[in-house]
Design a protein around this ligand. Structure first.
Ligand SMILES: [Zn+2]
Length: 427
């Protein structure tokens, strides 16, 4: 057991080769630990002449919390100067990467910790900033610095990707009208790993990204998953023409639910002349309608059918409800040929002129995407779970800023969400 007070203090601070000069304890402020480098590098790096200490700038570094309290390290650096007239070295400031990288506002250990918290554990930048007693920008700058190094140093970090997914995600809202700006996330669907983020939801961004990866990389992609988006389909047609395109079941079922909802609102308006009120039968059954049928108990189903009888005189909503369940039933098939047949028959059935317009619209989409929908049964890859995880991470790490950081700044935060454990190991 160590009982020498100086040594005990050094052990608690835990930084390599520093003298602890003192500690400031101001109520309501982070604890401030003053340190200096032990030993002196007093020889000029250029000529070896004994260097003079010109001044002692103090660098304020955010550190890890100490016993639950935000802590800063105040590093009293030495700025040295070479007095040799014939030497061109001039002055320099001592550095120690074990404490902090040059120009970083935090210690190296907290930089790694932050990257791990946001990257691996998906904590928000804001939350981490509060814990460390600093602001959003300090944390974000650190993530960019550490994240960029990790990402750029490892061009092969993706490895072979067999199932590639594209996903549009709301990136941020801009300006006084909170205009939505979208991004496209490029995902390794097999591993559930975010590979990159490119601006917009058109085909241009992912097209350029895939071009950059090179043909050998693209040739290894066997499955390409997408929502029912034309631009992404164009990307895959052009860039990975041999990959089997797979429509994400989540989006297919979501489309059926959207059509059901459109129909309900239209019928509501036609029969009642106003938008849904809480007493209106169609409004009352809106949640029961989109619920999976097998999750309705007898009471729920009876209630739903009763409300439909009361609010849906022509049976349009009921038709769409059956259509939605039929779309869901697609995914109970095991076989992709059977699934294709099912999609074709369902689409043909829904294309009946007696059916509501929403049914015919759903039918057209099913026809347009029938191969991609049926291919899921062969591939069994889906953006589903990844998407949920990523969306959550994006929201938690990006939407906690009020101002709009540039795209590349946000992109780096997302990147950090895909860092793997190996790159985060201490040096
Ligand atoms: Zn010199």
């Amino acid at each position: 057991m160590e009982s020498d007070p100086t040594r005990m203090c050094e052990l608690l601070v835990g930084l390599p080769d520093v003298n602890v000069l003192g500690i400031d304890d101001v109520v309501g402020q982070p604890l401030q630990v003053h340190v200096e480098l032990r030993g002196s590098r007093t020889g000029c790096e250029a000529c070896g002449v004994f260097a003079w200490v010109k001044d002692r700038p103090v660098v304020d570094l955010v550190d890890l919390p100490c016993f639950g309290r935000p802590t800063h390290v105040l590093w009293h650096k030495r700025r040295l100067w070479c007095p040799e007239p014939s030497c061109a070295r001039g002055s320099w400031t001592e550095d120690e990467l074990g404490i902090a990288a040059p120009r970083m506002g935090m210690t190296d250990r907290s930089g790694r910790w932050i990257t791990e918290q946001v990257g691996r554990y998906a904590r928000s930048v804001n939350e981490v900033a509060v814990e460390l007693g600093t602001d959003w920008h300090t944390i974000n700058d650190t993530l960019i610095a550490y994240g960029t190094a990790l990402v750029d140093d490892d061009p092969d970090r993706f490895g072979v990707v067999e199932a590639l997914g594209l996903d549009e995600v709301l990136f941020c809202r801009i300006g006084p009208w909170r205009r939505q700006e979208f991004s496209t996330q490029i995902v390794d669907v097999g591993r559930g790993q975010l590979l990159d983020v490119v601006p917009g939801r058109s085909s241009a961004g992912p097209m350029a990204w895939l071009a950059e990866q090179g043909k050998p990389w693209r040739d290894q992609v066997r499955y390409a998953t997408l929502d029912l988006s034309g631009p992404y389909r164009a990307v895959f047609d052009a860039m990975v023409p041999d990959a089997t395109q797979v429509a994400d079941p989540f989006h297919v079922v979501k489309l059926a639910n959207t059509k059901l909802d459109e129909c309900r609102r239209r019928v509501q308006n036609e029969t009642m002349g106003h938008r849904g009120h809480k007493a209106d039968p169609l409004y009352r059954c809106r949640r029961l309608l989109t619920k999976a049928d097998e999750r309705l108990d007898d009471h729920g189903r009876e209630k739903l059918l009763g409300l439909l009888r009361a609010g849906d005189p022509k049976g349009d909503v009921t038709t769409m409800w059956h259509a939605k369940e039929a779309v869901r039933a697609l995914y109970s098939h095991e076989d992709s040929e059977l699934a294709l047949e099912w999609v074709e028959r369902l689409a043909a059935d829904l294309n009946d002129t007696d059916y509501p317009i929403e049914a015919r619209s759903l039918s057209r989409t099913l026809i347009r995407w029938k191969h991609q929908i049926a291919a899921w049964h062969e591939a069994h890859v889906s953006n589903g779970p990844t998407e949920a995880v990523i969306l959550w991470r994006v929201r938690s790490s990006v939407f906690d800023v009020a101002d709009r950081a540039s795209f590349s700044r946000r992109r780096h935060i997302l990147w950090s969400a895909s860092l793997t454990s190996t790159v985060l190991a201490p040096a």
